[in-house]
Design a protein around this ligand. Structure first.
Ligand SMILES: *[C@@H]1O[C@H](CO)[C@@H](O)[C@H](O)[C@H]1NC(C)=O
Ligand SMILES: *[C@@H]1O[C@H](CO)[C@@H](O)[C@H](O)[C@H]1NC(C)=O
Ligand SMILES: *[C@@H]1O[C@H](CO)[C@@H](O)[C@H](O)[C@H]1NC(C)=O
Ligand SMILES: *[C@@H]1O[C@H](CO)[C@@H](O)[C@H](O)[C@H]1NC(C)=O
Ligand SMILES: *[C@@H]1O[C@H](CO)[C@@H](O)[C@H](O)[C@H]1NC(C)=O
Length: 508
């Protein structure tokens, strides 16, 4: 005999379904832990939200453009960004707060630990097209934080201060991280300054990566979700290892940190596509000034509270709540994130640059089109005139084999024809060749994502790890260059031509 589900069970299923179809901030609001900040360039985080998600600024004329969801509660209109940014570069200049509290994130100012590279010590803004994904098949762009980039608001409304309760989650890329301080999202100092041990507990932010060089760690080799509580990353009670905090290297990771008065806080997380999150730590605060907390209520993204700006990571969406969300509320949010349908999409565009092919890079800047990219005998990359009459040594120096990207298999690396085992990489923004030492840094520095050339010819060769930067020749030397910036090689003058290369057959 088949038993009929009881009316109570049916009502329960209906309640769960309505919870799942609601946006993350609808779920938190219903549970009396409302969002006081809600940031995402990929989708609306309330069912009814149809206002601007983020603003992009383009390099060609410094004009800005607001990007809205396709519909209330929907995915960002990525094609509006693509149309606005065609044949130029765009950066994300504002990530709007969807909560109505006005806690918008903008270019981070300098802090006590670091000055950014821009005038006034501001950090870099990120490339607007740096982190493409799909949500249920619709394209959208996340925030690809490269070292020296970050966003912040110091003077917030409604964000927890002192020991007040808060929760937060973020959806991140579990394959993009490093071991430098600090890829954070959450609550930080409002004066951008770490005043030493008196500031223990001045922060309560999600951290994601392999730590900051201190003992803080979880199990396995990382990356881990930890909490940046100021003057330390914490994976649990101790400033050290918590074996209960697992390596989370899923392509999409949900990370949670929450804290409440009465000496209680938690770290949680999981695979963002699984619809579940687990608890990695829940219990008392660390000793040494963390109870009560001294939260200051600013919001940071991609940096530490003192603007430590050496970290990298990718952010897709995140919120801060007022009040300590329950496990059940977070379970419903995890289901919503699963239903958003995070998926990967191509990182390349333009003419195909096929793995295994033997190629050369020809300059397209008018007046210099007889020049090709080559490596010198001291291993730097310059351009010079190369043709069929060139000496065979030079032909070898100007010839490359396309390999699967050493740091990301969706992009490519370029192996030298005449020095096998050496690859084009960037180092302090200069292009050079180095032998593959197997390190994460070498692999990432040697990974490039070809896109359509900005002047309508050939390809742009974008750095995977610094997406604002692409192969550029200037004065016969080659760099990874941004479209505008503090370095002489970032000049906007002739940028589109200097970064567009015709990929042809190799000479050797
Ligand atoms: C955009 O603004 C920056 C500084 O604010 C300036 O250096 C650059 O020349 C401007 N670009 C254009 C195309 O106006
Ligand atoms: C998305 O942006 C494009 C380009 O600006 C625009 O034509 C289109 O109407 C937008 N779609 C929606 C649903 O707003
Ligand atoms: C912070 O914002 C409030 C409300 O807008 C304003 O009154 C106050 O002057 C601001 N404080 C600072 C330091 O900017
Ligand atoms: C949350 O769930 C974990 C198990 O995943 C449990 O240990 C913890 O006690 C729960 N917290 C609360 C406040 O119920
Ligand atoms: C490569 O370019 C740099 C910078 O312009 C220059 O100093 C150097 O002499 C060049 N190397 C060769 C071998 O031409």
């Amino acid at each position: 005999m088949i038993s009929r589900p009881s009316l109570v069970a049916q009502a329960g299923i209906l309640a769960l379904l309505s919870l799942v179809s609601a946006g993350p901030c609808d779920i938190y609001a219903k549970a009396n832990t409302p969002c006081v900040a809600a940031h995402s360039p990929v989708r609306a985080l309330y069912d009814s939200y149809k206002d601007v998600l983020y603003q992009v600024k383009r390099g060609s004329d410094n004009q800005t453009m607001p990007i809205y969801p396709l519909q209330a509660g929907g995915v960002a209109n990525a094609s509006a960004q693509d149309a606005f940014c065609v044949q130029t570069t765009c950066v994300i200049s504002i990530i709007y707060d969807q909560s109505g509290k006005g806690n918008h994130l903008t270019q981070a100012p300098p802090g006590s630990a670091a000055q950014g590279p821009n005038p006034g010590g501001y950090d870099d803004l990120v490339l607007a097209a740096g982190a493409p994904i799909t949500l249920n098949g619709k394209k959208a762009y996340g925030v690809f934080i490269q070292p020296n980039s970050g966003y912040r608001i110091d003077n917030t409304t409604g964000v927890a201060k002192g020991d007040a309760a808060e929760g937060m989650y973020a959806v991140l890329d579990g394959t993009h991280y490093n071991s430098r301080c600090c890829f954070d999202y959450g609550n930080a100092e409002s004066d951008n300054t770490d005043h030493g041990s008196s500031d223990n507990g001045a922060m309560e932010a999600i951290y994601f990566g392999t730590g900051d060089g201190s003992a803080s760690s979880g199990s396995g080799s990382g990356p881990w979700v930890m909490a940046d509580l100021e003057n330390g990353l914490y994976s649990g009670y101790n400033h050290g290892n918590n074996n209960g905090d697992p390596t989370l290297n899923y392509r999409f990771v949900t990370a949670i940190v929450k804290g409440e008065p009465g000496n209680n806080w938690a770290i949680r997380g999981g695979d963002a596509t699984s619809g579940t999150v687990s608890t990695f730590y829940e219990g008392q605060r660390p000793s040494g000034g963390y109870n009560p907390m001294k939260k200051q209520g600013s919001i940071i993204l991609g940096i530490g509270g003192d603007n430590s700006d050496g970290a990298q990571g990718t952010f897709y969406e995140g919120v801060i709540t007022s009040g300590y969300p329950t496990n059940d509320t977070e379970a419903a949010v995890a289901k919503n994130i699963q239903s958003a349908g995070y998926g990967v999409t191509s990182l390349t565009s333009g003419p195909a640059v096929n793995v295994g092919s033997s190629i050369s890079f020809k300059v397209t800047t008018p007046g210099f089109t007889d020049r090709f990219l080559y490596h010198t005998s001291d291993n730097v990359i310059n351009t010079t005139v190369v043709n069929s009459n060139s000496p065979s040594a030079l032909k070898g120096q100007a010839s490359w084999t396309v390999r699967t990207g050493l740091g990301n298999s969706m992009c490519v690396s370029f192996e030298s024809k005449d020095v096998p085992g050496s690859y084009i990489r960037h180092s302090s923004s200069r292009l050079r060749i180095d032998s593959d030492d197997g390190s994460k840094l070498m692999h990432e520095d040697a990974t490039f994502c070809p896109e359509a050339g900005l002047n309508g010819q050939g390809n742009l060769i974008r750095s995977w790890s610094y997406p604002t930067r692409s192969f550029r020749h200037i004065n016969a030397a080659c760099y990874i260059a941004a479209n505008g910036g503090p370095n002489f090689f970032d000049t906007t003058n002739s940028y589109n031509n200097d970064v567009s290369w015709l990929i042809g057959n190799s000479f050797a």
